[in-house]
Design a protein around this ligand. Structure first.
Ligand SMILES: *Cc1c(COP(=O)(O)O)cnc(C)c1O
Length: 234
């Protein structure tokens, strides 16, 4: 992995995001690129930062704490992996957006700690749309009650929803998962009369399909930080 490769990959990913946005009749600015740094060290994050990237995602709290402490404060952090109860305080202290709220217990814990820490975290509800046993996330049925509960907690800001599509599924099936999340979000907005603008969906292999379905945050690691000179072909 070299600085040149990171820069080249970042430009290519941004170009493909803009292209997918255009195809969907959207603007590139309506989609935030979150560079997922879970496989790389701080040096590679610095290279991306120097190339103008400011949103970064980590899936483990320990690594999030380490990197957010070591890197410049202009970085905006996103916790995209499962959050254990006993790590909520550490996660909130980084100021990260929490993409992985998947139960009322975790939500209440976040609210409790946020009140103690006098912070107001932005959170997303992670939904296991495909129902895969190996994936975390709330069931689609429990997602709306969970959203309602989050909207009643003044100490958290519910920004929207997050999902992961099954990697082994074909493109149409993945796009179907993203569409289901958007419809769930639309239903929540209607029912609760609150804006829930963010849809965190799409990774290196499926961000085009996610953008077609309204993704506002794409979480991309491999296509930026792999040693290859460009992202996976479309
Ligand atoms: C690792 C990870 C990503 C990025 O996946 P790539 O295929 O490397 O782009 C996105 N979201 C979550 C939750 C992840 O754990």
């Amino acid at each position: 992995m070299s600085e040149g490769a990171v820069i080249t990959n970042l430009h290519e990913v941004r170009r493909q995001i803009a292209e997918a946005a255009r195809a969907a009749g959207r603007t590139a600015e309506s989609i935030a690129l979150i560079a997922v740094t879970k496989t790389v060290d701080c040096q590679a994050v610095q290279w991306a930062l120097a190339a103008g990237q400011q949103d970064f995602g980590e899936n483990r709290v320990q690594e999030l704490v380490h990197k957010s402490g070591a890197l410049p404060a202009v970085c905006r952090w996103h916790l995209i992996g499962h959050l254990q109860r006993n790590k909520v305080r550490a996660a909130l202290r980084t100021g990260a957006v929490i993409h992985s709220v998947d139960s009322a217990e975790l939500l209440d814990r976040i609210a409790h700690i946020a009140a103690e820490e006098a912070c107001r975290p932005r959170v997303l509800i992670q939904v296991n749309v495909s129902g895969e046993a190996t994936k975390s996330g709330a069931t689609p049925e429990s997602a709306l009650p969970l959203a309602e509960r989050a909207l009643q907690l003044p100490v958290v800001v519910l920004a929207g929803f997050m999902t992961m599509a099954p990697l082994e599924a074909d493109r149409d099936a993945r796009q179907g998962v993203f569409r289901t999340l958007r419809e769930l979000r639309d239903e929540a907005q209607r029912r609760f009369g609150a804006p829930l603008p963010e849809l965190s969906m799409g990774m290196s292999g499926d961000f085009r399909e996610a953008i077609a379905e309204g993704a506002t945050m794409v979480r991309i690691g491999t296509a930026i930080f792999s040693g290859r000179s460009g992202p996976a072909p479309a």
